[in-house]
Design a protein around this ligand. Structure first.
Ligand code: SF4
Length: 144
């Protein structure tokens, strides 16, 4: 006998899983203004990846928003760590959890409709690697 599914996750619309494979086009790193929330640990990891001290990294790439911290944007809305199509994201192997869990965010997974709406702007969604419901929920539960 299996344990009861307390959160009724088997009833989620994506119970059969979803496909996603990032194509590194950078569309989600560019354009629209927004926030990429970062923690102290993430700042430490990104700084180390770039050979900087956390203080140097924060000075160059991080802004304060209330009590939180976000990566800086360029005036055109691009993420400050997006280095163009050839070089891509400068911190990709140690990117923040917000970037790492996209597109399995709570607000995107709210319904098939919200998923489909986002997929119009992300060519990696609905193709490539299959993620099980459990894998999706594990990512969906991450806080950022
Ligand atoms: S828009 Fe989608 S495919 Fe393009 S970089 Fe972002 S996650 Fe990857």
């Amino acid at each position: 006998m299996t344990a009861p599914d307390k959160n009724n996750t088997s009833q989620r619309w994506y119970a059969e899983g979803l496909r996603f494979e990032c194509r590194r086009c950078g569309d989600c790193c560019r354009g629209e203004p927004g926030y990429v929330w970062v923690t102290r640990d993430e700042i430490r990891r990104m700084a180390s990846h770039l050979g900087l001290s956390p203080e140097e990294f924060a000075e160059m790439y991080v802004r304060r928003v209330g009590f939180r911290r976000s990566l800086t944007e360029r005036p055109n809305g691009d993420c400050v760590l997006w280095a163009g199509q050839d070089r891509g994201c400068l911190v990709y192997p140690v990117r923040p959890i917000q970037c790492r869990t996209f597109p399995f965010w709570r607000q995107i997974l709210r319904s098939q409709r919200t998923w489909a709406r986002t997929s119009r702007r992300c060519p990696g969604m609905d193709r490539g690697r299959h993620y099980s419901r459990e894998e999706i929920d594990e990512r969906r539960g991450k806080k950022f």
